[in-house]
Design a protein around this ligand. Structure first.
Ligand SMILES: Cc1cc2nc3c(=O)[nH]c(=O)nc-3n(C[C@H](O)[C@H](O)[C@H](O)COP(=O)(O)O)c2cc1C
Length: 317
């Protein structure tokens, strides 16, 4: 395998692999397990309050001396508080990734606090804007991924982003094993971010029923909710997801659609799935690679497996 890219080295990593910051899923324990093993663990702030995020940062710091990050969900009503918490814990935090939007407004403060900012982007336009405003790198995430998604696939998006900007690109969406990581390198990325495979990590707090659904999923078992109501997200098919799409389609067909009731059903659905495993009311967010996630393993084993397989495949590159 080629040596780690200097940017990955600057983050103090052993493996060029990020564990995606996943709302409700990626807590201080999972992030610390990934970081301890040499990847970049990322706490998912999601819609949690500043206080909760502060607790998870403290938890991660107590469990690891290695670098870790926090994902800031820009749609969260608590985003300003979460940013404040991160800035005051800047000694502990190496990286901030951002989801669902444009973090330009917060960039100068993060940079002044010596935190590397790596926005998640789903288009060349946003990638270019992020490079212009001084982001340190971007995660280019394709719509194969679990959670909120854009419109392009990883295969099409990553090389176009790589060609458009001159800061490092990390690929996300559809990386399930070492083949996916090797492919990310071939597309011009310096590493990969994985979410779905870490859902079933031993250290993940995801409810056993949800984990079981990921482990049993087939290739075609995900669907997209929220395409009509805005904020499309990839989830495993379950009663909740089907009901949600039925309702939003009915609403979309009206002359004057109002999605507030549908959104009400969606609110808290991921939290419900993660904490209670409820298939009727919970959103089992997961990516298309759920069909190849077959084993619950400790985070350290996942990282070592993925990296070893990629190394073997890239032996001559
Ligand atoms: C349950 C779940 C929750 C997620 N929550 C977030 C989030 O809050 N913010 C974010 O930027 N990305 C989020 N993601 C995306 C992941 O961080 C990661 O980029 C993605 O899962 C990678 O694609 P993969 O699922 O194919 O591995 C989430 C993904 C999942 C599966």
């Amino acid at each position: 395998m080629r040596p780690l890219d200097p940017f990955m080295q600057s983050l103090g990593l052993k493996y060029p692999i990020f564990q995606g910051g996943m709302a409700w899923v990626a807590d201080g324990r999972l992030a610390a397990a990934v970081s301890n093993a040499g990847g970049l663990g990322i706490i998912g702030a999601g819609h949690a309050s500043g206080e909760v995020v502060e607790g998870e940062i403290k938890r991660a710091r107590a469990l690891t001396d290695r670098p870790f990050g926090v994902n800031v969900m820009l749609l969260s009503p608590h985003v300003d508080d979460v940013v404040k918490v991160i800035l005051s814990a800047h000694d502990s935090i190496t990286v901030v990734t951002t989801g669902a939007g444009d973090p330009s407004k917060y960039l100068p403060e993060f940079k002044a606090a010596n935190i590397k900012v790596i926005p998640v982007v789903g288009s060349v336009a946003l990638a270019k804007r992020m490079a212009r405003v001084g982001a340190d790198a971007v995660v280019a995430e394709g719509m194969e991924s679990g959670g909120h998604i854009g419109k392009l696939t990883t295969m099409a998006l990553v090389p176009q982003v790589v060609d458009a900007i001159n800061i490092p690109v990390i690929a996300a969406g559809g990386i399930g094993d070492g083949r996916g990581l090797a492919a990310a390198f071939m597309l011009g990325a310096i590493g990969g971010q994985m979410g779905t495979r870490f859902l079933v990590a031993t250290e993940s707090k995801v409810h056993p029923t949800y984990k079981e659904a990921v482990l049993k999923a087939k290739d075609i078992d995900t669907m997209i909710t929220g395409e009509f109501a805005g904020h499309p997200a990839r989830v495993l098919k379950n009663p909740m997801a089907k009901r949600f799409v039925r309702l939003e389609k009915t609403e979309a067909a009206k002359a004057d659609p109002d999605f507030s009731e549908v959104e009400e059903i969606g609110n808290g659905a991921l939290r419900n799935a993660v904490l209670t495993g409820d298939r009727e009311n919970g959103a089992y967010m997961a990516g298309q690679v759920a069909g190849m996630v077959r084993q619950a393993q400790p985070a350290a084993e996942i990282l070592a497996d993925v990296y070893q397989q990629a190394t073997q495949l890239m032996g001559g590159v």
